[in-house]
Design a protein around this ligand. Structure first.
Ligand SMILES: [Zn+2]
Length: 568
């Protein structure tokens, strides 16, 4: 135990545990673009390329960017990244098939740091039966595959080897009935090491039926397999039972020096190990950062997560540690008061770290007329805008400086959208009216819009929900968006009385992600604000403006599956 009594009889932490200068590097292997794409996410167009380029200077050690032999499109994407993105190892996954290995190499060969990642079928007992796999044959194949991959790379970059479901196989192998798995694991990995694999990955593919702890599994693996001291050990886990981060940290303590995962756990089922959580533990928790470090630039944590959120269309979970919209925000009076008192003495009492440590710029940052260009640009970027500093300085700062107020996300979105959508609107509001049917109480809203240069009329009956709802339904009738329609998440009408006149204002926020109900979301959001003499007209104009901006984005996206990309 690291906690001991010193000579004064006081409990202290044993200083032997604090290794300081002997800290060891844990490499971050980012598979967001490969394994992260296996469940519900499809990166479209040049998204993968944009993400790879963004990640290249964050200090990530390896980027696994795809499975080049799977389709010609995937080959081209991986090749484009390998040809142009430098810094981390650029990795492509392949089966043990020679043709596939060759194709993978062709995609990667122009990169200065290529990694061919060779993987096998699952090696657990049930999978051997299901695939009718022959252990000796698989072992021989693994040896030949790694040998061939090493030949192709000619010493450039790395070759990584994985046998799927190894953790389960390790656990099962301790059952005397399945003891043949001991030889299988020992042989298949031993052969891969002999053939020259630089990285040996131990996959925890499915968290099911495992009777041993991860630390035991890794220790046992090192006893079973010869040569593990000569290679880099890697760990790959899925978050089926919500403990993939804990398992990954346990694996690191047993000698694993590369950890695989994705951003905010993107990936099939419950996802891959969320990298940002592993990084935060390694960097911010003294019991780890005394011993380990990563090259990842911690302050980029939130920027990376938001960038991937924008490109994938999959929202970051509200409470996701470190990167969720609520991660460093607290609402209770006691906590807010403690936070305020803490700040007076330079401490963050109720926060896990200083927000700037992980680049968190949620609404603890207040934008006012005194905020500089960098602060405003960074916040707008967090909200999903792509304005450069020069543009912000010239166009947006003057607007912010013109009023003495605190600009929350809502206000910034209104300003940002005004500068983002400068082209001709897709839809224009012309007029509305209510018709009453003779001899009945039934009323009908009628709306006239200009859509694609043509005047169109929409109608809807007015039900219990009132006239504004009826007008909005009539607009929906014209557009016919059906299920593609973004959800109305905010509607704020207000009227300001003046001495001789009154002005009605309305604010509308539409969201592509129906579960979000606040302004802090960074998933697709469209804002419309308008004023007029009466509330119905102001509301209708605001609704039409927000929908018009939504349609501009829809038109701007290419590919057939744009709904998924928009996250709707
Ligand atoms: Zn996986």
């Amino acid at each position: 135990m690291a906690i001991k009594k010193n000579e004064n009889g006081t409990w202290v932490l044993d200083p032997v545990q604090i290794l300081g200068e002997d800290r060891q590097e844990v490499e971050i292997f980012d598979t967001t673009l490969r394994d992260g794409e296996q469940g519900g996410v499809t990166f479209k167009g040049n998204s993968k390329f944009k993400i790879a380029r963004f990640l290249a200077d964050t200090g990530v050690s390896t980027l696994e960017v795809g499975f080049p032999s799977s389709t010609p499109l995937e080959f081209d994407t991986v090749k484009q990244i390998a040809d142009t993105v430098e810094g981390p190892y650029i990795c492509g996954l392949t089966t043990m098939d020679f043709e596939n290995i060759k194709r993978t190499w062709q995609a990667l060969e122009n990169n200065p740091n290529p990694t061919i990642h060779v993987f096998t079928l699952n090696i657990d007992e049930a999978s051997i039966r299901a695939y009718k796999a022959e252990p000796n044959e698989q072992t021989e194949k693994a040896f030949r595959a790694v040998t061939y991959a090493k030949e192709l790379t000619g010493g450039k970059g790395r070759v990584e080897f994985s046998a799927q479901n190894t953790i389960l196989a390790l656990s099962q192998s301790l059952n005397p009935e399945y003891s043949f798995l001991q030889e299988y694991i020992s042989e298949i990995y031993g052969h891969a090491i002999k053939a020259g694999a630089d990285v040996i990955n131990i996959p925890h593919t499915v968290a099911k039926g495992i009777e041993i702890e991860i630390q035991e599994a890794i220790q046992y693996f090192k006893m079973l397999v010869e040569g593990t001291d000569e290679v880099m050990l890697s760990f790959h886990a899925h978050n089926d039972f919500g403990v993939s981060v804990a398992d990954t940290l346990a694996a690191i303590k047993q000698g694993v020096r590369q950890v695989e995962g994705s951003w905010y756990a993107l990936g099939e089922r419950a996802g891959n190990t969320p990298l940002e959580q592993v990084i935060m533990n390694l960097s911010l928790k003294p019991s780890y950062n005394r011993k380990f470090f990563t090259s990842f630039k911690l302050e980029k944590t939130n920027a990376v997560a938001r960038f991937i959120e924008r490109e994938s269309g999959i929202p970051i979970p509200y409470n996701a540690p470190g990167v969720g919209p609520n991660a460093l925000r607290h609402g209770s009076g006691v906590h807010s008061d403690g936070d305020k008192k803490g700040k007076e003495i330079g401490e963050n009492i109720y926060l896990p770290c200083a927000p700037e440590d992980i680049g968190w710029t949620g609404n603890t940052h207040q934008i006012t007329k005194l905020t500089g260009v960098t602060g405003v640009t960074a916040r707008l970027e967090e909200l999903g805008y792509e304005f450069d500093k020069a543009f912000v300085r010239e166009h947006i700062i003057p607007v912010i400086k013109s009023r003495d107020m605190i600009y929350g996300d809502k206000e910034l979105r209104m300003i940002g959208d005004d500068f983002r959508y400068t082209g001709k609107p897709h839809i224009e509001f012309v007029d509305y009216a209510f018709n009453k049917f003779a001899n009945s109480n039934i009323r009908q809203a009628q709306v006239v819009l200009v859509l694609g240069g043509e005047k169109k009329t929409g109608e809807a009956f007015m039900g219990k929900n009132g006239p504004i709802n009826a007008v909005f339904s009539a607009i929906d009738d014209v557009l016919g968006l059906g299920e593609k329609k973004p959800k109305l998440v905010v509607y704020e009408p207000s009227s300001q009385g003046r001495t001789h006149s009154s002005v009605a204002e309305a604010l509308i926020v539409l969201s592509g992600n129906a579960n979000e109900l606040n302004y802090h979301l960074t998933a697709p959001v469209w804002v419309g604000k308008a004023e007029d003499e009466d509330t119905i007209t102001a509301s209708t104009k605001a609704y039409v403006l927000a929908l018009s901006r939504f349609m501009t984005d829809m038109k701007g996206k290419s590919g057939t599956d744009k709904n998924q990309q928009m996250g709707i």
